[in-house]
Design a binder for this molecule. Structure first.
Ligand code: BGC
Ligand code: ZN
Length: 333
């Protein structure tokens, strides 16, 4: 392994709120956002060679013969919940020097993405969401064919939000990122550099944000705050689609204007869906898009990685308050 990214899931695992070790093990090797280099291949392997860079997928299929999703190689849609995930659920992960993996789960990465390849896995979340959006909106015969570019509001400017914003810009959307700026971790710079708009939550409440944007065609949620998300659901435009990617911690109940939301959803043909994990085609799309991002905005992409730590110091970004956008553990050089 070369680099392993740290995300909210890892922080929840190290504070024992999430995650399960493999059966019979009393510990779990974490790490699911990977970039590795192939050091040895078995005799039947044809997809990769020694020296290739690879990103590994996270989820592995359940064993139930009648789970048609897992049996079709789409464990990201597993029906049973008995899938496993490397570094998260019942399988050791990638924050370790050497990993053995099946060819099927490796995604080759071009050598020029060495610095940023570790961002591929978080980008796959957006790629899967985007692929579904494009299929869903085939219900609108003019979608992406005529009229102005659909407007997307990205909620949150963490790695999933910023990488999602980049993917939406590349796909031809009109993108606005709505987020707190906090300590100005270059988030608004990154957004401006990619040709998207930034609306700070400190100066605009949700209504003001919606007014500034105009008709909202898509919301891509990447904050994991349900109260904010449902406030924004109310601002979704006609035929609009709302994509949930965050996994909020379980707090107390909050008040939601359900009559208004249901009325709008029916009277305006709206749709909300959640999306988790990603299939190999989303990894391929993420690797392709990452190449495009690096051609167009190399500085903005590199700015997303705000901290690099050697393996011995991995606990700092996992437990401490290192801040920044994406912290990466450099396992090997
Ligand atoms: C990972 C996904 C995983 C999800 C749920 C996320 O952090 O990126 O691959 O499916 O956590 O465990
Ligand atoms: Zn399954």
């Amino acid at each position: 392994m070369l680099d392993v990214g740290i995300c909210g899931t890892d922080k929840e695992i190290v504070s024992f709120q999430y995650g399960t070790p493999p059966d019979g093990s009393d510990y779990l090797v974490i790490g699911h956002e990977s970039l590795g280099e192939v050091v040895e291949v078995g005799s039947g392997v044809s997809k990769v060679r020694t020296g290739d860079l690879v990103v590994t997928t996270v989820r592995r299929p359940c064993a139930h013969p009648d789970c048609v999703a897992c049996r079709s190689g789409r464990q990201d849609f597993c029906y049973t919940g008995d899938f496993t995930e490397r570094g998260i659920k019942q399988q050791h992960g990638y924050m370790t020097e050497l990993v053995v993996e099946e060819e099927l789960y490796l995604n080759p990465v071009p050598a020029n993405l060495r610095k940023v390849g570790v961002l591929v896995e978080p980008l796959t979340i957006a790629e899967k969401g985007l692929a579904q959006l494009m299929e869903i909106q085939q219900r609108l015969p003019w979608w992406m064919k005529s009229g102005p570019a659909p407007k997307v509001v990205v909620l949150g400017a963490g790695p999933v939000g910023l990488l999602g914003a980049m993917a939406f810009v590349v796909a031809g959307f009109d993108v606005t990122v709505y987020s707190r700026t906090q300590s100005h971790e270059d988030k608004d710079d990154v957004v401006t550099a990619i040709g998207a708009k930034f609306i700070p939550a400190e100066t605009h409440n949700v209504e003001e944000m919606a007014k500034a944007v105009g008709r909202i065609d898509v919301v891509y949620e990447a904050v994991g705050a349900s109260g904010l998300a449902f406030d924004v659901v109310k601002q979704l435009g006609p035929n609009g689609v709302f994509i949930f990617t965050g996994v909020p911690g379980r707090k107390g109940p909050i008040e939601v204007d359900t009559d208004l939301i249901m009325r709008d959803m029916v009277l305006e043909n709206q749709l909300i869906y959640g999306t988790v994990n990603a299939p190999p085609e989303s990894f391929a799309a993420a690797i392709r898009d990452m190449g495009t991002f690096m051609e167009r905005w190399p500085d903005a992409v590199e700015k997303i990685i705000t901290g690099r730590f050697p393996l011995e110091r991995a606990l700092e970004p996992l437990q401490g308050n290192t801040g920044g956008i994406k912290n990466v553990v450099s396992v090997s050089q």
